[in-house]
Structure formats: structure tokens, C-alpha cells
Write a protein that binds this ligand. Structure first.
Ligand code: ADP
Ligand code: MG
Length: 253
């Protein structure tokens, strides 16, 4: 039976994908069977694990439209026990296509349930929008991690996200726990980012992960390499921070 964790924040560029990939890879290194589900049409989690998104037989879109079995769309990666349900641009039209379905927010959950027994952890990477796809992520997730970049508009949108989580609980009867809020891409030499970090910490209190992910070039470089930073540059400060974060995450499970 797997634990399903959504990495969510409708703000783009806050390190959702980076966090999803490195958490998935670290959990896998610790011996867990992990499925990374890419729910972003930009498919950065797919390419970040070295999968060619232009050459997929099936993608998450086909699963959600019942055009293939979920097992047919899941791809194994170079790493034993780490699989991906890949995405590509085709997913961008899905918001509209799902409009006619009954209970369109439950579709992802329904299909993931069929592979619960195959994985210890299912990590879901989210799109930079708070539309139907994001609601699918919320309904499918037992808990969510909210990455927040320590820059000026960090909290913009976070209140809407918290409202959406409440709405899912009250109207869709699906409880989603906030597993924690993770500060990302932090540059401690900048006064402003330290002030923002303090503000976010004050707002979320105990919900904060103590680990802060620093801005670190190898993290960015590894995304282009299609290899998770924790695998490609394990000595980097970014990788070490993601390892610490994963330990902290496991303590909360
Ligand atoms: P999101 O999925 O929220 O849009 P990404 O994970 O794609 O965000 O990150 C946005 C950009 O920032 C990417 O180019 C990524 O490689 C880079 N990035 C993420 N985390 C770090 C970090 N800790 N240090 C440096 N660059 C980072
Ligand atoms: Mg992303």
C-alpha cells in the first residue's frame, strides 16, 4: 500500500519538479519502490529523469482519458525501483477534455489506486496552475509538500492553495494533510530572502521543514543532464540538503 505525496504550488519556478525528482530518487536510494507521476504538460519531471517526452508510446493523458491502462504508460527509469508515469504537451488540452466527465477531480486517484500495491511511495509533480489537474493532484494525495521559494512574492497564491485544500476536504470529501512547507532556492547572502524566509516560517510555524534548500548550481545543471542532483552531484550542497529534507520527510510519515 503506497503513500501518495503531492508536490504542489501553483506558482511556477518554485522548485516543485526539482523537489519531486530529488525526493523520489533519494527515497529510491533508501530502498523504496517509487512512482513519480508527472502531472505537468511541460513534462520537466519526465525529462529530469532522463525520459524522452517526444517519444512516448503512452502518457498520463492517455491514462486519464482511458485510452490505455496505467501499467502500459508507466516507464521504468535507469534506476531499479524508480518508475515514471510520464507526461508531455498533450496534457495541456486535458483540462478542457475533462470538463464533460462526472467527478473529474477523482480520475487520477481512481487510476493510481490500481497500482498502490506496486509502490511504497507515489510522488506527484504538479502543474503551475490551480485548475482541474491540480485538484486531481489534491484528491489523489494523502498529503502534500508545498515548496516556497524565498523571494519577494513567495506567499502570493499560497492562501489560494490553502483554500483549495480546504475546498477539496469540504466539497470533495477527500482529506489532504499538509506534510510540510519547504523553503527552496534560498540565497542566504541576500538580506531580502532571509526576511522572506522568516515571514514564511512565522506563518507556517510547525509545518515548516527545518531543512532549507540552498540555491546551488549543480541542482540546476543536473536538471539539464536528465539525472537527479542527488545521483549526479551527491557531494553538492543542494544534494546534501535534499538528503536531509528526505530524512525529515520520512520522520513525518
Ligand atoms: P517548478 O517545477 O516549481 O516550476 P523547477 O523545479 O522547474 O520549478 O525549478 C525552476 C528552475 O530553478 C529550474 O531551472 C531548476 O533547475 C532551478 N532550480 C531549482 N532548485 C534550484 C536550486 N536549489 N538551485 C539552483 N537552481 C534551482
Ligand atoms: Mg515543474
Amino acid at each position: 500500500m503506497s503513500e501518495v505525496i503531492g508536490i504542489i504550488n501553483q506558482k511556477g519556478g518554485v522548485a516543485k519538479t526539482t523537489t519531486a525528482i530529488n525526493l523520489a530518487a533519494t527515497l529510491n536510494q533508501k530502498g523504496k519502490k517509487v512512482l513519480l507521476v508527472d502531472v505537468d504538460p511541460q513534462a520537466n519531471a519526465t525529462t529530469g529523469l532522463g525520459i524522452d517526452k517526444t517519444n512516448l508510446e503512452f502518457s498520463i493523458r492517455d491514462v486519464l482519458l482511458e485510452e490505455c491502462e496505467i501499467q502500459d504508460a508507466i516507464i521504468s527509469t535507469d534506476y531499479e525501483g524508480l518508475d515514471v508515469l510520464p507526461s508531455n504537451l498533450g496534457l495541456s488540452k486535458l483540462e478542457k477534455q475533462l470538463a464533460g466527465e462526472t467527478a473529474p477531480e477523482y480520475i487520477l486517484r481512481r487510476y493510481l489506486e490500481t497500482v498502490y500495491d506496486d509502490y511504497d511511495m507515489i510522488i506527484i509533480d504538479s502543474p503551475p496552475t490551480l485548475g482541474r489537474l491540480a485538484y486531481n493532484v489534491l484528491v489523489a494525495s494523502d498529503s502534500v509538500i508545498i515548496p516556497v521559494q524565498t523571494e519577494y512574492y513567495a506567499m502570493e497564491g499560497v492562501v489560494d492553495l490553502l483554500d483549495a485544500i480546504k475546498e477539496v476536504e469540504e466539497k470533495l470529501y477527500s482529506e489532504t494533510e499538509i506534510k510540510g512547507v519547504l523553503l527552496t532556492m534560498h540565497d542566504k547572502r541576500e538580506k531580502l530572502t532571509n526576511e522572506v524566509a522568516a515571514l514564511v516560517q512565522e506563518y507556517f510555524k510547525d509545518q515548516m521543514f527545518k531543512t532549507i534548500i540552498p540555491r546551488n548550481a549543480p541542482v540546476k545543471r543536473s536538471a539539464a543532464d536528465g539525472v537527479p542532483c542527488v545521483i549526479k552531484y551527491p557531494e553538492s550542497t543542494g544534494a546534501i540538503a535534499y538528503l536531509k529534507f528526505t530524512d525529515e520527510f520520512l520522520e513525518r510519515i
